[in-house]
Design a protein around this ligand. Sequence first.
Ligand SMILES: Nc1nc2c(ncn2[C@@H]2O[C@H](COP(=O)(O)OP(=O)(O)OP(=O)(O)O)[C@@H](O)[C@H]2O)c(=O)[nH]1
Ligand SMILES: [Zn+2]
Length: 352
Amino acid sequence: MTINLTKYGLTTAVETTSLKEDGQMLGRVISQHRDLYQVITATGERQARVTGKLAHAATSPTAFPAVGDWVQVCPTADDQAQIEAIRPRQSVLARGAVNQHDGQIIATNINTIFICMSLNADFNVRRVERYLTIAWDSGALPVIILTKADVCTDLAAKLRAVADVSVGVSTITCSAETGQGLDDLQPYLTTGQTVAFVGSSGVGKSTLINRLLGQDVLTTKTIREDDDKGRHTTTSRQLIPLPTGACVIDTPGMRELQIFVGDLDQTFAEIATLSAQCKFNDCTHTSEPGCAVRAAVEAGTVTVERLQSYQKLQREMSYQGLNSRQLEQAKIQRMFGGKQAMKRVKQRYHRD
Ligand SMILES: Nc1nc2c(ncn2[C@@H]2O[C@H](COP(=O)(O)OP(=O)(O)OP(=O)(O)O)[C@@H](O)[C@H]2O)c(=O)[nH]1
Ligand SMILES: [Zn+2]
């Protein structure tokens, strides 16, 4: 069996940077159950575990493979393999307290994160801010998907509300019901691209993915509710190729992101800019004198709700007890697996 790995997101960039060591082949992790990985290679799917050497050298859970990783494997039997090394990650979506020693990677090497929010009851711009903060930190490009347009009666107002909190981010309005807007997703779904859908339960992620797949691969709410409990156990979520040439990662934990480490400065760019004018460097914009952010709130250029949202997310982030330098280190660790790996990634970028 020969598999065209292009369908699984293989690009020439990944291919040319992969080490060609004797007997090793390139593969991508498409699903994971504890320490057992399903890896797609040019000769088919293989069940794989990491080598003792990789496990021994690992100093944090982030050093272990995750769904989306490109890995070098050694085939051991027809459908078995050992994972010898992980290729440098281009983006990392993680959750939990991510520092040098723990934290959990949900998925890697995602190009686009579709932040899904429905245009009915679920609509909440504060949630968009939260998801954007996480997405910007991952290294993937966030795109906002407003779902269920067919049941929305005040679209213009909702679009304005979203635009206010998402400067520089594309927003796509769509409906899986009528097919509206699905074409607008296509530019993100070309060959070599890996995408992920995040958002609250019930906003229509599975329905959308099924539409893109052209068949009902994922179980959606309607079906689940009508079912006898447990008859259809949830399909194991994984990396799935789409007919458009892209692939979608849909893993547990991917959909509801509860993190917190994120990139607030990107999501709240105007607040970050204003902070520079606060009298105190470490102004928390609560009661300090000379606070430029509160002045902007009073002047009406920043809403109270937005400042509160910023402060809430900031509290969640510092709750983990990391200072900014530690946060930066944690980020390097998460993105690149450590300083050494980051150096290698940087050298590679400079060569290109
Ligand atoms: N009116 C309308 N309903 C939709 C649309 N897309 C999905 N739905 C319905 O919304 C419900 C939830 O859809 P799902 O696709 O299961 O939602 P999900 O985001 O995958 O939910 P989780 O799997 O829990 O994360 C289902 O009853 C769908 O039929 C749409 O475009 N318009
Ligand atoms: Zn301030």
